[in-house]
Design a protein around this ligand. Structure first.
Ligand code: SAH
Length: 219
């Protein structure tokens, strides 16, 4: 993969336009919009995508996976209602774009990827070295990171066929988890809140289409 390394005025202008479009589509959280304005999305893609990197679309990143659509990244980030310093577990590092958006929002990010090749690619992605608040893990997101739990927030960026119980267990009291749930081509965005009495409040939002959350690691 050959990555672009320059963030030109042209890229910055396209990024501003994209963020304005997301605002029009209903993203109103300034911390989310500011983070999307900061992060050079074209760095997360092969140079072949340079022309289209700021279109509101998902793109292939290898291993049959995709970088999420900017609207989806913004939507999930907004639903988190996160504040700086919170610790968040992200399932599905992929391109690491979402992880960097969360880091720009001031969060401490613990991210897991099951595809070894994608995990390795991020180890060699120099731009990520400036983010010492992102911790990269190779493993199965269904298991989470019990040794580092509990988390203030959990974000799943792949389609979960069901709500993973071990991830609910790794949530703090008062903590929230945002995830797309469904087995078909389309999933419902859900937000779970762990209440004081241990019960889980469930809210359902719009429909999205994610790549599936798959059990186990892939070498
Ligand atoms: N957050 C990513 C989205 C990538 S798509 C981004 O911003 O680019 C979803 C990712 O979830 C894929 O890379 C896929 O390999 C990964 N994934 C799917 N099931 C997983 C699991 N059980 N554990 C960890 N990662 C998983």
């Amino acid at each position: 993969m050959s990555r672009p390394t320059e963030d030109t005025y042209r890229h910055q202008g396209l990024r501003r336009k994209l963020v304005q479009a997301l605002h029009k589509k209903g993203i109103s959280d300034d911390r989310v919009l500011d983070a999307l304005l900061e992060v050079p999305r074209h760095f997360f893609l092969d140079s072949a995508f340079d022309e289209v990197a700021y279109e509101d679309r998902a793109f292939p990143i290898g291993e049959g996976q995709t970088i999420s659509q900017p609207y989806t990244v913004a939507y999930q980030s907004q639903l988190l209602e996160a504040s700086p310093e919170m610790r968040i577990l992200e399932v599905g590092t992929g391109s690491a774009y979402q992880a960097v958006v969360l880091a720009e929002m001031g969060l401490e990010v613990f991210t897991i990827e099951r595809q070894k090749k994608l995990y390795d690619a991020n180890q060699e992605f120099n731009f990520l070295k400036r983010y010492n608040t992102i911790h990269f893990n190779y493993g199965d997101g269904y298991e989470g990171l019990p040794e580092l739990a509990p988390f203030d927030r959990v974000l799943i960026t792949a389609a979960a066929p069901f709500i993973p119980p071990s991830l609910v267990a790794q949530l703090k009291t008062g903590g929230m988890m945002v995830l797309p749930v469904g087995e078909g081509d389309v999933q419902e965005m859900m937000r779970l809140t762990k209440m004081e009495d241990g019960s889980i409040k469930e809210e359902v939002f719009d429909r999205f289409s994610f790549v599936p959350m798959v059990k186990g690691k892939n070498e």
